[in-house]
Ligand binder design. Structure first.
Ligand code: CA
Length: 427
C-alpha cells in the first residue's frame, strides 16, 4: 500500500471522526479568504484548509519535483494537473509528511501555521479547474434500464448498443458551477400532454441527477487514443456532480441527437477534488460485463471504487435535509478507464482539466435510484417529505445536496458535498 494511504497515519491537526478529510484524503481545491482575496490552491484537512500557496511561498516544496515552479499560487489547478502522476505522488507524499503528528517542520513553525491554516467556514471555495470540455456518460445499467423502460417499455429498455459501448454526449462546460451556486429554473419548448404543437413555458419537471465526474490530467495528442491500460496516467481525481435536468424539455428535444437545452443550463460540482491516489485504497471489482467488451475496451475488472453516495432534499419549510437516495459508485457498468479509452479511440484529443461525468448512478433497488424521474417513477409515486409536502419533481426553493465518501476502518475519505438551491424562473 502507498504509505500516504496508511490507516494508521495521524495529523497534528485534529480531525473529527466523521470528517471527510483525514490525512489519508488530502483533496485539492481553490479558495480565497477575507484576509487574502488572491485565489490559490489548498487541501482540506479536518475542518481546516491548508494553504498550499503559502507553503509554496515559504519554499516547502523546494526539494521536491516541483522545486521553483509556481503551481499553487494560481487561480486554477490545470497546471498542476498537467504535470502527471509522478509529480502528484511526490507532492502528496510531501503534504502528508508535513501534516504528520510526529513531524515538527510545520507543526512547530507557529508563524507559518498561522498563515497556512484557515478554518473551512472562513473561506470561499471557487471552481477549481478551468474546464475546457465536458462529456457526460450514461454508464449505469440500472439507470438506463429504468429510463428506457419508462420511455420505450420493458422489452426495449436498453438500446442495442448499450452493452457494447459507454454511451455519452458532449456537454456544456461553461455552465458548470461550484457547490452553493443557486440554480435558475429554465424556460424552454415543451409538448403538453396530447398536444400536437409545442409551447414555450417554464420547465415543470425539474430534476437532479446523482453523478460523479473525473478530471483529465495530462492530455493526449490529436490522433492518438489513450488505451484503457494507460488511462489512469491521464486521470487526476474525482468530484461529485449534479447534472440538473429539465425532463419535459428533454422529452421533446432529445431525438435524434440527445439532450441539449434540457441539460445545458447548469451542472453543479463539489469543490474538493479527491485524487485517484487517495481513492486507490477503496478499489473494488466492477460488475461482470457480458457480452465481453471489444478488445480496446478490455480493462482490469478491479477498476472501480466503493464510494457511498446519497442525495437529500430540503424544502423551504424544512429545517434539515431529508435523504431520498442512497447509491454507490461501484454499481456503474462501465468504468472510468473504459470511458476514457472509448472517448479517445477515434483520436479525439483530451486536455488537462477536461471533465467526464459518469451519468446518473442508480443502484439495483428503489432507494438507490439517482433521479426524481426514477424515484417517483415519472411522477406516479410521489416522495413524501417529513414536512408533509409531496414531490414528483423539484419545487422552487428546494435545495438538493449530494454527498459521498469511502468508508475506511474508523475513518472516511470523502468528497464533502455538491449543493444547489432551485430558484424560480426569471420573470
Ligand atoms: Ca446526466
Amino acid at each position: 500500500m502507498n504509505p500516504t494511504n496508511d490507516p494508521g497515519l495521524r495529523s497534528f491537526i485534529e480531525v473529527p471522526k466523521d470528517s471527510h478529510f483525514p490525512i489519508q484524503n488530502l483533496p485539492y481545491g481553490v479558495f480565497r479568504s477575507k484576509s487574502n482575496q488572491y485565489a490559490r490552491v489548498g487541501v482540506a484537512i479536518g475542518n481546516q484548509v491548508l494553504d498550499l500557496g503559502a507553503l509554496e511561498l515559504a519554499g516547502l516544496f523546494k526539494n521536491t519535483a516541483l522545486d521553483d515552479m509556481v503551481v499553487f499560487n494560481r487561480r486554477y489547478l490545470n497546471g498542476f494537473m498537467a504535470l502527471g502522476r509522478p509529480f502528484w505522488q511526490e507532492v502528496r507524499a510531501r503534504i502528508s509528511e508535513l501534516l504528520r503528528h510526529d513531524n515538527p517542520e510545520l507543526r512547530d513553525n507557529q508563524t507559518l501555521r498561522k498563515k497556512a491554516f484557515i478554518p473551512m467556514d472562513k473561506v470561499e471555495m471557487l471552481l477549481p479547474v478551468n474546464i475546457g470540455d465536458y462529456t457526460d456518460f450514461y454508464s449505469s445499467r440500472e439507470h438506463a434500464t429504468n429510463v428506457g423502460t419508462m420511455f420505450r417499455g420493458k422489452d426495449n429498455a436498453l438500446m442495442p448498443n448499450w452493452l457494447h459501448l459507454p454511451v455519452a454526449y458532449h456537454g456544456r462546460a461553461s455552465s458548470i458551477v461550484i457547490s452553493g451556486t443557486d440554480i435558475r429554473r429554465p424556460h424552454g419548448q415543451v409538448l403538453p400532454k396530447d398536444a400536437a404543437e409545442p409551447v414555450f413555458s417554464p420547465s415543470h419537471l425539474l430534476d437532479f441527477e446523482l453523478e460523479m465526474g473525473f478530471f483529465v490530467g495530462p492530455g493526449s495528442e490529436l490522433g492518438y487514443p489513450i488505451s484503457a491500460e494507460n488511462a489512469m496516467d491521464h486521470i487526476f481525481g474525482m468530484v461529485l456532480v449534479n447534472d440538473w435536468s429539465a425532463r419535459d424539455i428533454q422529452k421533446w428535444e432529445y431525438q435524434p441527437l440527445g439532450p441539449f437545452n434540457a441539460k445545458n443550463f447548469a451542472t453543479t460540482i463539489s469543490p474538493w477534488i479527491v485524487t485517484m491516489d487517495a481513492l486507490d485504497a477503496f478499489k473494488v471489482t466492477g460488475p461482470v460485463q457480458a457480452p465481453p467488451p471489444l478488445p480496446y475496451l478490455k480493462s482490469n475488472r478491479e477498476s472501480t471504487y466503493d464510494i457511498k453516495l446519497d442525495v437529500s432534499i430540503q424544502s423551504e419549510k424544512m429545517d434539515a435535509p431529508y435523504t431520498v437516495c442512497r447509491s454507490n459508485f461501484k454499481h456503474l457498468y462501465w468504468n472510468i478507464r473504459q470511458q476514457l479509452a472509448h472517448h479517445t479511440i477515434t483520436g479525439c484529443n483530451v486536455r488537462p482539466g477536461d471533465m467526464m461525468a459518469s451519468g446518473t448512478i442508480s443502484g439495483p433497488d428503489k432507494s438507490s435510484f439517482g433521479s426524481m424521474l426514477e424515484l417517483t417513477w415519472r411522477g406516479t409515486e410521489p416522495i413524501q417529505l417529513p414536512s408533509g409536502e409531496e414531490r414528483k419533481f423539484l419545487n422552487d426553493g428546494d435545495t438538493v445536496v449530494i454527498s459521498g465518501y469511502c468508508e475506511g476502518n474508523e475513518y472516511r475519505v470523502g468528497f464533502g458535498e455538491a449543493k444547489g438551491k432551485l430558484l424560480p424562473v426569471k420573470s
